[in-house]
Ligand binder design. Structure first.
Ligand SMILES: Nc1ncnc2c1ncn2[C@@H]1O[C@H](COP(=O)(O)OP(=O)(O)OP(=O)(O)O)[C@@H](O)[C@H]1O
Ligand SMILES: [Mg+2]
Length: 257
């Protein structure tokens, strides 16, 4: 089976600091892959490198066999690789429905030139209404549809962030700490949502997360990074027994039960 995402010897230096050091990994179709590691390990930096927010010092990123190294975030998104952010990133003054429409515009309307094509805009308006309704139902945010996103509880704002990412029609979702700031009940709901994104939308997922209960219950495979390097990779069971992983996390609440 050919890889979905392939990272080859990726490195990033910020001045004297090596934030990412020779990182290589692949994800396979249908997988939920967890990326874990202590604070400052370089997890978000890896997402930034993959999605074009920052350029690598060296190495290569391929998505469905195509080289995307050095592509802009917009180009990466248009190829179907979409990320969500560590904190809720919604347009607080816009309604939930408007936020979903913003998410859709990523790859439905294409570039600014296509905005001039009126028939295309008309089709988009009709489609966007239907797709917004489907997404609202999928993430159970219908009661909030007409409310400004900023009025939603934090957990619902994070769910909206996920729905906005889905609106962009991803082939693969990179989720940066979807459970951060959520209470235990919301965390469990977010875990179920991610599983349904895979099973019902057939979207591959890479997930950065500190909540180990969630990671071990929904991930097929876990990659551990520490100080910018991969120190272990394997099934959740293998990772929990791995001596280097336990050592890297000493002093950090692993929440293993
Ligand atoms: N733009 C930047 N310029 C300089 N240093 C940076 C930059 N971005 C990240 N770093 C540094 O790179 C290292 C890795 O940071 P990163 O945010 O990737 O960690 P993380 O694993 O996501 O941590 P957390 O779990 O706290 O979110 C840190 O030492 C951080 O200070
Ligand atoms: Mg981070």
């Amino acid at each position: 089976m050919s890889a979905v995402l392939e990272v080859k010897s990726l490195s990033k230096r910020f001045g004297g600091l090596v934030a990412t050091n020779d990182v290589s990994f692949k994800t396979e179709p249908g997988e939920i892959v967890g990326l874990i590691g202590p604070n400052g390990a370089g997890k978000s930096t890896l997402f930034n490198l993959i999605t074009g927010t920052i350029r690598p010092s060296s190495g290569r990123v391929e998505f469905h066999g195509k080289d995307i190294t050095g592509c802009s975030p917009e180009q990466v998104a248009q190829r179907g690789l979409i990320r969500t952010f560590q904190s809720a990133t919604v347009f607080k003054d816009k309604t939930v429905r408007e936020n979903l429409r913003i998410g859709m515009q990523f790859n439905r309307l294409g570039g600014p030139l296509q905005l001039l094509d009126r028939s295309r805009v008309r089709v988009f308006r009709r489609d966007s209404e239907r797709i917004a309704n489907e997404l609202l139902e999928f993430v159970a945010l219908e009661p909030y549809a007409s409310r400004p996103a900023g009025e939603l509880p934090y957990g619902a704002q994070k769910t909206l962030g996920v729905a906005m990412a889905l609106a962009a029609e991803p082939k693969q979702l990179l989720m940066d700490e979807p459970a951060a700031g959520l209470n235990p009940v919301e965390t469990e709901q977010m875990g179920h949502l991610i599983e349904r994104i895979r099973s019902e939308h057939h979207i591959d997922v890479v997930l950065v997360e500190h909540d180990m209960a969630m990671v071990t219950s929904i991930c097929d495979r876990i990659i551990v990074i520490n100080r910018g390097e991969i120190i272990a990779a394997g099934t959740p069971e293998e990772i929990q027994r791995h001596p280097e992983v336990i050592e890297a996390y000493l002093g950090v609440n692993l929440e293993l039960d």
